[in-house]
Design a protein around this ligand. Sequence first.
Ligand SMILES: Nc1ncnc2c1ncn2[C@@H]1O[C@H](COP(=O)(O)OP(=O)(O)OP(=O)(O)O)[C@@H](O)[C@H]1O
Ligand SMILES: [Mg+2]
Length: 245
Amino acid sequence: MLYVKDLHKSYQVGKVRYQVLNGIDFHVAQGEFVAVMGPSGSGKTTLLNCISCYIPFDRGSITVGGTKLAGQNEETLAEIRNTKLGFVFQDFMLLDGLTIRENILIPRIVQGEVKRDAEELADKLTDLFGIGHILDKYPAEVSGGEKQRAAVARSLINNPMVILADEPTGNLDSKSSRAVIETFMEAKSKMDATIFMVTHDSFAASFCDRVILLKDGIVYRQLEKTGDQGVFQDELLDVIKEMSQ
Ligand SMILES: Nc1ncnc2c1ncn2[C@@H]1O[C@H](COP(=O)(O)OP(=O)(O)OP(=O)(O)O)[C@@H](O)[C@H]1O
Ligand SMILES: [Mg+2]
């Protein structure tokens, strides 16, 4: 579904070039829920922005659902963003002047008319995520956790190949975080959604199928969940400790 091969990315600031990604390799399969962790500055957001087609990369390749990202023109990249990718941001990015229902339908609205199938999918998603009762409210009238679950519903409204999420639980308390992670798990089990999530939170990551740990611009380790979520969180914490030494 998502292939990243030998990805290199640097930033030029004045005369200085900062190498951030130094040959990243991994693959995310259809229906997998994968987290990326790593110290601050290790390049997690940079990696996500490369996959999101927001910033160009120097070398290597990214393939989403069979389409290579390098060498595409802006128009094609915009189309990939609209049709193959779904996004969930830390600060929700809901529009204040639209209801929750309208916010969820935005990706369809920007593509033209909202057809009946989109309305039906919106109803299905909001039922699944327990936010059916807030559809006519405005973002200012709902809780942070509800906003984020609406943002997850919006990310699914185009049936994307992959959902990309940068710190989706970063601004939430532990109860709301858990509710958001549960929406991802529902999306995975009921809709076969593929989710790629950057997080600092080992508790959130411990619900994933696999965790990719970045350090110094490369994949330091990949950990697969084989058993219990609590055991997996302990394993993650051990590797994070080892990484910081
Ligand atoms: N536009 C930019 N120009 C120059 N340097 C940048 C730019 N964006 C990020 N960087 C640098 O690249 C490195 C990686 O940044 P990135 O935001 O990818 O880290 P991160 O792993 O997401 O960190 P955090 O956990 O704090 O969100 C950092 O050293 C950062 O200062
Ligand atoms: Mg970041």
